[in-house]
Design a protein around this ligand. Sequence first.
Ligand SMILES: CC(C)(COP(=O)(O)OP(=O)(O)OC[C@H]1O[C@@H](n2cnc3c(N)ncnc32)[C@H](O)[C@@H]1OP(=O)(O)O)[C@@H](O)C(=O)NCCC(=O)NCCS
Length: 367
Amino acid sequence: MPFAHITGWGMYVPEPVLTNDDIAKLIDTNDEWIRDHTGIRERHIARENEFPSTLAVEASLKALEMANLAPTELDLIICSTSSPEFIFPATACIIQDQIGATKAGAFDLLAACSGFIFATNMAAQAIRSGSIKNALVIGSETLSRFVDWKDRNTCILFGDGAGAFVLQASDKPGGVLSAVMHSDGSGADSLTLLGGGSRHPATELTLHEGKHFVQMDGKAVFRFATRVMGRAVIEALEAIGMTTNDVQWIIPHQANFRIIETAAKYLKMPLDKFVINVEHYGNTSTASIPIATVEAAQKGQLKAGDKVVFVGFGAGLTWGAMVVEWTGPMPTKKHVRPEQYRLFARLRRFVRRAIRYIESFYSRKEV
Ligand SMILES: CC(C)(COP(=O)(O)OP(=O)(O)OC[C@H]1O[C@@H](n2cnc3c(N)ncnc32)[C@H](O)[C@@H]1OP(=O)(O)O)[C@@H](O)C(=O)NCCC(=O)NCCS
């Protein structure tokens, strides 16, 4: 049975930065309160012409370059997002087209902030089963579009960004070692975005009622998160006979510094074993784990052979953890430049649309 290794990683955040002081100009809050209660100082906010696919394409091309893998070699693309570009088509299909991943099947996965762990597990299982060789998993969010900038309970928390992993099959042991995924829909009302779906399609009333904004019972989410995080880590480790003593790094979902601190206490692990960057990005939802991973890798913190645990929680409610043996890029002689495939993808898109137009012209004539 092949193993599923993480061989490439990339991240992208939009340039504009919104500091706590900037938010304090919009609502009744201040930098000290936000830092004390969340650990967040600033977050990046997408420009008007940036969407989840825009951020995801940048992160994906970096991940593919790191893995030395051409987009045309991808078999599968999963985009985990809670702020999809549209209800359909899937954001993953837009990414597939823009990076020129001609043979990849692409779909979105919605498990809120736990989504990246769920998606990586799905891709890893597809590789482990032998049915595919190369997968791209992306977490991409522009939740700033769904935040009520008058609601001080939520608008201080979220930021935009994207992170991506390339997963590849190999006979060498390592890569994704175990994963646990959990859900409890009885807590669905703790964190919601109700408008625009088929229960509350967009109407003047839904807009008036603010149903197109994130709504959150902050205390309930806090209690839930602190309860499940540590337990999920232990469960994923126990599944492969490991303990926290075997772990070099925990990379948690970056929602709130205090939640991470509580998980560290539960696990009796020092905070310096946790990768934490919530201060500079806020909660980027499903993008937060890959963004934290990329930063840790760039700082040289992750070494080949390290046992790393990803752990996340979010709306649904959902939560999960994954144990990975860090490998790094596979040895290869070729040097792929995935960026060049963008041009090819643009040309391909133009040609395919032209063919579709010509086909529709002739089929009208036949009718
Ligand atoms: C949202 C959250 C930061 C609020 O922190 P908290 O310590 O629970 O704060 P509370 O809601 O108890 O509010 C405490 C006080 O601060 C006030 N307050 C709330 N938000 C404030 C803000 N942004 N600025 C200043 N004061 C604020 C409240 O009105 C309240 O005042 P009161 O005591 O006079 O009534 C915290 O509950 C949290 O992080 N929850 C988890 C959220 C999360 O992670 N969501 C994403 C999951 S993926």
